[in-house]
Every structure is written in C-alpha cells, then in structure tokens.
Design a protein around this ligand. Structure first.
Ligand code: IVH
Length: 683
C-alpha cells in the first residue's frame, strides 16, 4: 500500500468507525456486529502502524488510551462554569416561576432535564475536533483531563459536521453507569483495594487517573446538557441540543420542553419515582428557560444563572458520624441499642438518633465509635444505620461492644439461647420496666385507661406515687391534682408540658373505676407476662377460668392449653413463682378487678380432655373455626401439624396428603366428621 492510498483508507476507516461508534454509544442503535467493528479497527491500527505519520490525535485508535498525565495542567475556561441554584420544594419552584414571569411576561417555554450526578465537564471543539476537556475546578479554571476524556466512547473526537468555522463548547456531565460501577468495585474488593463509595466518586477518580489506559477500562459515559458559543445554529437551547446530537454529541432522550409550571411539576413527579429504573444516578431535575434571548434578559447572579434552577430530590440516605451508642430498656426488660449521631438533615428533618436493633446487628456492621455511617429513613419513624464506611475509620477507634449490665439499674443482662435480644432480669425494680409495664397495663387492648397516657404515668412514677400496677388503684384525687412536668422525648428530641387538671384527674379516676369490669382474659393479658399476648391470654382463660387455677397449675398442665408451648409455659410458671407478682394480684383482686371468667363453663375434664387434635380439609357441618372451638370447649387441644403427640387427625374433604401420610407413619388415628361427632356424645 502506498502512502496516498493509505491516507485515503485511513480517512475512510476513521469516518466509518466514528459513525459506528456514534450508532452504538450515542444512539444505542448499532448497525454492525462487534466482530465487524473490531475487524475495521484492526485494519486501521495496522495501517497506522505502517504509516505512523498518519496517526491523528483524534483517531478512533486513540480511544484505548496509553498516554500518561503526571500532573493535570490548570486551564482557564473561555466561559465561566457556573453552578445552579438549588431548590427542594414546590413552593420554591413557584417562586422561581413568579420571578421569571415578572421579567419575561407569560410568553416563554421551559426545558426540563435530568440532573445527572457525576462530574461536570467542558468539551472545547474547534474545526469539528475535540481539542480540550476541562473539569469545573473553581468555575473559572479547571484541570485539563483531555487524555482521559478521549477514552470515553460517547464523546466524539471528530464531529459529523462541516464545522470549520464553528467553535463552541459542549458542557455536560461525565458519569459511571451502575453496571460499570458494580463491576469496578467487585474488582477493587477482590484486589483488597478500597471500593468507591458511589458512582460519582468513581467517575471523578477515573478522570484523574494518570494512565489513560486504565481510564479507558472504566466505561465512563457522558451526557451533554448545554452548548455555548458565539454563533450557535438556533436561538433556543432545545434546538441547539438536538442539532448537537446530529454532530455526534450524546444528548439525553429525556430532555423535554414544558409550556407551564404544571408540566414541569409533572416531569419532576414522574422522575422522582422512575429514576430508580435508570442505569445512572440523577439527583434532581434542571429547569431552564428555552429562548437564548430570554436567558440573556434574565441574566446571572455572581454564582448562577437566573434562567435556570435545579430541583433536588429529597435524599433518603445521609452520611454522618456515630458519636455514641445508648441502650434503651423496654417494658419486658428487652434492651435496644440506639446510635447517637452527629445531627444530619434527612428528608427535611434533623436526624440525631438511629436504631441499631440488637447486638447481632452491631456485630454485623462491625460498628466502631466515631465511624462514618449511612443512615436511611425507611417506613419507620426512627431511621436506621444501613452501612458503615470502613475506609474512613480511624486506626485507633474502639469497637462497639454491647453492654453487659442494665444501663438503668445495673443488673447483669441475660440473653436466652436463640434470642436476638438481651434482657434486664430486674423486672420489678428497673425504672423503665416499671413504666413499660404500667403503659402496657393501661393500653387500649388491656385495661383501656388511656386517659393516663405515657407522659402522665412517667410523672406518677417520678413523684413516687406508683411503683407497680396495683398502686394505680390506690391513687387519690388530691394526690393527682396539680402535678405537672415537661417531658422530653429522647428519640425525637421534642418536649411537651403535661399537667393534671381537674378534668383530667376525674377522667383518670373514672377510667380506673371502669377498668374493674374489664373481663379476665384482658386482665391476664394486661399483667404483662412475657409471651402472653392477647390470643394466648384468651386461650388460657378459656381453659382455666380462674386465676387461682392458673397460679397453681404446673408446667405440664399449661402445655395442655392450645397454643401454649414450652417457652410460654415456662414464662407463666416463673411469673407466678414470684411472690411480688402474687402480692400485686391479691391487691388487684381486693380492688375488685376480674380474675374469673364470666362463663365458668369449664372445659377441662370434658369428653375430649387430654386429647390432641389436628384438623385438615373441609367439613360438612362445621367451619374449621367452629370445629376448633368445639374441640377446645370439650377440653381437647389443637395443634397445627401432626406429631407423635397427636391423638387424632380429623379428616375433612380435600385434606392435605402430607398430613395423612405423616399420621399413617406415626400411627395417629384418622377419624372423619361422623366419628368425631360420636366422641362428643361420650358422656
Ligand atoms: S446546567 C450554568 N444541566 O449540576 C448552569 N447542569 O450546579 C450550567 N448538572 O455540577 C449547568 N445535570 O454539572 C445543567 N442537565 C443539567 C445538569 C447539570 C447535572 C450539574 C452540573 C453542575 C451542577 C450545577
């Protein structure tokens, strides 16, 4: 091949490769296979190696990188790179709209764009060639990162335009797509290198790499969002962007003209939720005035244009420091660790605390004091710590170890096997447990004395008027009237003043009086025995109709109650073994609370007593619930799965084949509805 034909072929191949590059990276519509592309590229590399004088700085072969930049030179921007003023609310957008209308009247258009979360770049084109790429820097001069930027495939090195005279600057955002970010961090972790905290940092880090070959491997991308120049083809922003796309620049397909503020708000609303589906990060929406003339009329402040505004999405996560870990003691003595944070803004509120759930969670996070942590607000009121940036950790920082003693009363904490939570065993004297127990006792589903409420209960305890639930019934009008206190909520940091006025005192005393007729099952639940919830309390009361029977019964007796397993039985036995609890019950009895079931119909000793049933399938006479009630009423016990302890499997239509198989294996009697009915007639 002679020099002239080589030169001709190099020009041809450059044109073809640039076009395919554009189809693939800018339009995402490739028209040839990767194989064909590679073949053409190999041909160009081959000719260039034979005729090095034909190698152009902006040849497609230069995309792979190879240059080393020791120090990035600082260069002055031809046009300063300003920033945008940010808003976080609809109200501020309305104010912006009003300001614009005041200057321009009502005849203008908005252009809405995504606010890409990456690194701002200024691409200087002259004679249709990329001559320089500069970062924002301080807005007046930035770093020349041309070598690395040239490796970004969606940035054209040569434009498809007779642009001999046209000189302009394309402003845009370089970013790392999620897919590339994940891949990069995986590689970093495998090598034991610290990963990048987010795609923005990864993009910024990649642009500052000394070896452009490595930058080329980072798969960066770029959207152009502004064209600046003296002689632009159109008098409006939107058409200039579309024209720039024809020249080869990558413009977001989501850029949209909007004729009113309502349409702008619609766009924002849409992207607020849809952004999660994008393969790149955006942190808001940019709203611009379309006409360049009108942009000029609105002008600039010292820092930002008056013709544009950025609406930033509320951040659901924030990064802050862990200052301390506090431990809260609940009603049952369960200990919950809470992180004390350096205050940080999150979704419009200041976050100072976050939940840490339990000792395992602290271990999982490998939490250290002074750690940099990521807090997130989910559905819960209290935010949680979702991550720790271990790479920001001080060498000397101390690991967080779960406390071994109760922070309120000093008792040694217990943690039962298989349980996530630590407990303070000092149930009757640990102050938050006293408060928690009383709060539970007065709650709506228990004794329903809610006129007392949490704040007032705290005041009663602080004034030494109550130490346990029985003390509530000794309260006198004169003791209550006039009590008051400002209560501070530790978690939210809010405070409120609470006082006992005449009406409140009467309400409380009336509610206490009324609670004396609350049925036994709710009283049993109100006692706050660990693991005895509403349902279990009901089951126990329908089995033993009297508190004295429950107090006397053994662990094994309790196991006969439907839904009472070993954990619940053990907890009930230990509760009634405690003399203090018996004392409280006796005092409550004296006050007239209900400790006997109304329907003293006893089921123990009925025709099905001591028998355990499993029911399966559909029955003709009964619904499954009716059948369950009958079995319980006649003294039987129900379990959900067949085991060696099962006496009968009551088989209905369409019963599960697994249950039948298991019953046959274990020699459990399988009876039908008729046979079951006969058992009820036994006596
Ligand atoms: S226009 C003079 N449009 O947001 C205003 N900026 O403070 C020029 N950004 O770091 C900016 N997406 O790089 C504009 N569609 C968009 C943008 C955008 C992201 C970045 C920009 C700068 C910051 C503005």
């Amino acid at each position: 091949m002679d020099f002239d034909s080589a030169k001709k072929r190099v020009e041809e191949l450059t044109g073809i490769l640039n076009k395919h590059n554009y189809n693939y990276y800018v339009l995402a519509e490739p028209t040839i296979s990767d194989y064909e592309y590679d073949k053409l590229m190999e041909e160009l590399i081959d000719i260039e190696s034979k005729f090095p004088e034909l190698v152009d700085n902006n040849s497609p072969t230069q995309r792979v990188g190879g240059q080393v930049t020791k120090e990035f030179p600082t260069v002055k921007h031809t046009y300063p790179m300003l920033s945008l003023s940010n808003t976080y609310s609809k109200k501020e957008l309305q104010d912006f709209d009003a300001r614009v209308r005041k200057s321009l009247g009502n005849n203008f258009e908005y252009v809405c764009e995504l606010k890409f979360d990456g690194v701002a770049i200024g691409l200087v084109y002259k004679n249709g060639q990329l001559i320089r790429a500069v970062t924002r820097g301080d807005g007046y001069s930035g770093d020349d990162v041309t070598n690395n930027v040239k490796t970004i495939k969606s940035i054209p090195l040569k434009l498809f335009h007779e642009t001999d005279q046209l000189a302009f600057e394309a402003r845009g955002e370089i970013f790392m797509p999620h897919k590339s970010f994940i891949k990069l961090n995986e590689i970093k972790l495998k090598k034991g290198d610290p990963p990048f905290a987010n795609p923005r940092n990864a993009a910024a880090g990649s642009l500052k790499l000394q070896e452009s070959k490595i930058a080329a491997s980072r798969n960066l991308d770029c959207f152009i969002y502004n064209i600046i120049g003296e002689e632009l083809p159109f008098d409006n922003h939107y058409e200039n962007l579309l024209e720039a796309k024809k020249w080869g620049l990558k413009i977001s397909v989501f850029t949209k003209k909007c004729e009113s503020l309502d349409k702008v708000l619609e766009y924002i609303h849409y992207w607020e939720s849809e952004r999660k589906k994008l393969d790149f990060d955006i942190d808001g929406v940019v709203v611009k005035i379309n006409s360049l003339k009108q942009q000029e009329v609105l002008g600039y402040t010292a820092k930002s244009p008056r013709w544009a505004i950025a609406y930033k999405f509320p951040t659901e996560q924030a990064i802050t420091k862990l200052l301390d870990v506090k431990y809260q003691v609940g009603r049952t003595g369960a200990i919950t660790p809470v992180a004390v944070l350096q205050p940080v803004q999150l979704l419009g509120t200041t976050v100072k605390r976050a939940s840490l759930y339990n000792a395992d969670r602290i271990e999982e996070l490998d939490l250290h004091f002074n750690d940099t942590v990521v807090v997130e607000k989910g559905g819960e009121i209290i935010p949680k710590i979702v991550d720790v940036d271990v790479y920001q950790r001080d060498k000397n920082s101390q690991k967080v170890h779960f406390v071994s003693k109760c922070p309120e009363c000093g008792s040694k904490l217990l943690r039962e096997q298989g349980e996530a939570l630590h407990y303070c065993p000092n149930q009757n004297n640990c102050p938050p447990q006293i408060l928690g127990k009383i709060e539970h006792f007065i709650s709506r589903k228990a004794m329903n004395i809610e006129s007392l409420g949490q704040g007032r209960t705290e005041i009663l305890i602080k004034n030494g008027l109550v130490k346990n639930i029985a003390d509530l019934y000794d309260l006198k009008y004169e003791q209550l009237l006039g009590l008051e206190k400002t209560i501070v909520n530790e978690l939210s940091g809010t405070s409120k003043k609470i006082s006992f006025r005449e009406k409140t005192v009467n309400n409380i005393l009336n509610a206490l009086e009324k609670s004396k007729s609350v049925p036994f099952e709710r009283v049993l639940y109100a006692l706050g025995i660990r693991y005895v919830g509403e349902t279990v309390a009901k089951k126990i009361v329908s089995y033993f109709d009297d508190i004295d029977k429950i107090i006397k019964c053994s662990f094994d007796d309790l196991l006969k109650v439907p839904e009472v397993g070993e954990k619940i039985a053990a907890s009930i036995v230990s509760f009634f073994e405690d003399e203090k609890n018996i004392n409280i019950i006796n005092r409550l009895k004296d006050h007239g609370l209900q400790f006997k079931s109304e329907k003293a119909e006893t089921s123990a000793g009925g025709p099905l007593s001591e028998q355990t049933f499993v029911i399966s399938g559909v029955f003709e006479k009964y619904s499954r619930d009716e059948l369950k009630n009958i079995i319980e009423k006649y003294g039987g016990k129900i379990t959900s799965s067949v085991s060696a302890k099962t006496d009968y499997l009551v088989a209905g239509n369409n019963m599960g084949p697994e249950k039948r198989k298991k019953a046959e294996e274990l020699n459990v009697r399988i009876i039908n509805e008729d046979e079951f009915n006969k058992m009820l007639d036994k006596d």
